[in-house]
Design a protein. Structure first.
Length: 248
């Protein structure tokens, strides 16, 4: 049933940055559509956290790496709330594998989740945004993805593509009252336990960060909170770095 509140759809919303984004959107009065691909329990927990903050919440499990699943996700959000006003393309895969050992199927899978999903979901949500004369799309880039990943070539390719999509959509749909921006986080603390190799890698990353620490998901969500607000209506086509001073 359509409502008068604005609605946000967040992919990859079961943990980390996605979860923090749902929290701030719920606090700011948005309905929230929480998407994940595997962990239903985690998404259900985030939905309960959103409801405790006063929001209406809908969980839609869907593999955004498949076009038909993106269509089903968007349709469920629109059917429940009447439209999607804020689209947050947060879901991503970051597998590590040498370029010459990666199969075509592995390459395409990363591109499908990290880039193509943003295209499919934007196509599904933009018509309603245009009709209402207001909309926000936020993509995620990532400091290391923009630098270039050794062993994660498709991630870098997809994130550069997302940055290009951000700029193109910002120019095309700015006249319709829609802003499109990207956030590029630096090393951000994770909900998951890290193995020793990952901990060592994170430590080397932090050494290059002027503020001398990892960021938190809440700090990334704070930037998104601004970008989706009416106060940010003159900010579009930008990639905002939330990385403690690390160079992008």
């Amino acid at each position: 049933m359509p409502t008068t509140r604005r609605t946000a759809l967040v992919t990859g919303a079961g943990r980390n940055i996605g979860r923090a984004v749902v929290h701030v959107l719920a606090e700011d009065g948005f309905n929230v559509v929480i998407n994940g691909s595997r962990d239903q329990a985690a998404c259900d927990k985030v939905a309960e956290e959103a409801r405790a903050r006063g929001a209406e919440a809908l969980v839609v499990m869907a593999d955004v790496g498949r076009a038909e699943e993106c269509a089903r996700l968007a349709a469920a959000a629109i059917d429940r709330f009447g439209g999607v006003d804020v689209l947050v393309n947060n879901a991503a895969l970051r597998p590590s594998k040498p370029f010459l050992e990666m199969t075509d199927e592995e390459w395409r899978r990363v591109i499908a989740v990290d880039l193509d999903a943003s295209v499919h979901l934007a196509r599904a949500c933009l018509p309603g945004m245009i009709e209402r004369g207001w909309g926000r799309i936020v993509q995620f880039a990532g400091m290391n993805a923009i630098h270039g990943y050794s062993g994660r070539a498709p991630v870098s390719v997809a994130k550069h593509g997302s940055w290009g999509l951000t700029k193109a959509l910002a120019k095309e749909f700015g006249p319709k009252g829609i802003t499109v921006n990207a956030i590029s986080p630096g090393p951000i603390a994770s909900d998951e336990e890290m193995d020793d190799k990952t901990k060592a890698y994170r430590a080397t990353m932090v050494e290059r960060i002027p503020v001398g620490r990892q960021g938190s998901p809440a700090e990334v969500a704070a930037m998104l909170r601004f970008l989706v607000s009416d106060a940010a209506s003159y900010v579009t086509g930008q990639m905002i770095q939330v990385n403690g001073g690390g160079q992008t």
